[in-house]
Design a protein around this ligand. Structure first.
Ligand code: PLP
Length: 411
């Protein structure tokens, strides 16, 4: 669910969800029609500061000219050659991702879940050849890896494995940041360990450095693969192109999604030399390596590789964290979590629901604010990575007003 700290006046007419749209998410009534940078406009032309940004997707904000130009050019040149042929943007994107990550091979996907599926396929194939058919992947409690049947089983989100039972076998969940538990869970059928370095959907919960380095050592000792799901943390979200460099760990497999396409559906599986045992026929999909998607992702990588870009993410992240800490002190709230521009403010659960549901519905001024309660007690902020210092101030000022309303004693 997305918290909508919405502009006055609240939508007056009773809202009827369009029945043609399957009810897969609890959505506010606004219908968004256009965006620019950090701002979104609804069909009534009200504007909203967007700190959700397509769910940590819009690396360059809304309607980024660099991506729009790359798309327009590629659309007039070649959209889809098909998975049975090479195309120039796909080769360029694979080569660029390998050069940037130091990994050897890339497979381009159209979502994060699909990238993670590819990672598990790589691990199982490798287990067949290297570990006598071992196939089980150890994942973390409260992790999120996507919504395909296998990734719902892989995810440690409580209850996720039962919604569409029977769950895909081959995954065991261990407590996050508990190295001893992972060590104990390793058996002859174990082939890999998969984790997020910052659990985004869990409410922005960081992996401890010793845990991650301990996992690397365990994987080395037992001959397991370390898979790092960077779908949310990658492409600069945490202040470096890949978050794993901040944990000083070299994964065997890295997955990407979200920010790679900056609003265009792009993801990737990257593997170190020796890990990829795919042969023709093992993996693929009609749109994998689609030229349009790859051209957009290349434009995103150009932008985030430009001098000063990551420094801005880091600086704005620090500015946002400091501002959130001030708001927390002023309104008597909890801690600030996360890195770069993936941040969360801890709130008492009853207050978070207030911020989400009612209190902030009367946010004064000429605009609303979009934030995300990743958990009932965690407000998550994931603004555009090219956000300016003035825009961070605007975001903090709007959030301050919303929190003031939410924390006001009942009249
Ligand atoms: C969003 C997310 C996914 C799933 O990506 P989709 O593109 O929605 O399939 C997987 N892992 C992590 C860490 C994510 O944040």
């Amino acid at each position: 669910m997305t918290a909508l700290l919405q502009a006055t006046p609240p939508v007056a007419a009773p809202f009827h969800p369009p029945p043609a749209v399957m009810p897969v998410a609890q959505r506010p009534p606004q219908v968004f029609v256009r965006g620019q940078g950090s701002w979104l406009w609804d069909a009534q032309d009200r504007r909203y500061f967007d700190a959700v940004q397509g769910w940590a997707v819009n690396t360059l904000g809304h309607a980024p000219p660099a991506v729009a130009e790359a798309l327009a050019h590629q659309a007039g040149t070649l959209l889809q050659a098909g998975p049975g042929f090479y195309n120039a943007p796909a080769i360029a994107l694979c080569e660029r991702l390998c050069a940037l990550s130091g990994l050897a091979h890339a497979f381009i996907t159209t979502s994060g879940a699909e990238a993670n599926e590819g990672a598990v396929k790589l691990a199982r194939k490798w287990g067949q050849q290297q570990r006598g058919g071992a196939a089980t992947v150890i994942t973390m409690a409260n992790s999120f890896h996507g919504r395909t049947l296998a990734m719902m089983a892989a995810s440690g989100k409580p209850g996720f494995d039962r919604i569409f039972a029977p769950a895909v076998p081959g995954f065991v969940h261990m407590p996050f940041n508990d190295l001893a538990a992972v060590r104990q869970a390793i058996g002859t059928d174990t082939v890999a360990v998969m984790l997020e370095l910052v659990q985004g959907e869990a409410g922005v919960v960081e992996a401890q450095p010793g845990f991650v380095q301990g996992l690397r050592a365990l994987c080395d000792a037992h001959g397991l693969l370390l898979i790092v799901d960077e779908v949310q943390t990658g492409i600069g979200r945490c202040g470096t192109l890949f978050a794993h460099t901040q944990w000083d760990v070299q994964p065997d497999i890295v997955t990407l999604g979200k920010g790679l396409g900056a609003g265009v559906p792009a993801g990737a599986v990257l593997a170190r030399a020796g890990v990829c045992r795919f042969v023709p026929g093992d993996q693929g999909g009609t749109y994998n390596g689609n030229a349009l998607v790859c051209a957009a992702a290349l434009a995103v990588l150009d932008a985030v590789s430009a001098p000063g870009f990551m420094q801005n993410v880091h600086n704005r992240g620090e500015q946002l964290a400091a501002g959130l800490a001030r708001l927390s002190a002023r309104h008597g709230l909890g801690g600030v979590h996360g890195r770069g521009l993936l941040r969360a403010l801890a709130l008492p659960p009853q207050l978070a629901s207030g911020v989400v549901a009612d209190a902030a519905r009367t946010l004064p001024g000429d605009c609303g604010l979009l934030v995300n309660p990743a958990q009932p007690q965690r407000l998550r902020l994931m603004p555009a990575l090219n956000i300016t210092a003035a825009e961070v101030d605007t975001l903090l000022a709007l959030l301050d007003r919303a929190l003031a309303i939410a924390t006001a004693p009942p009249a």
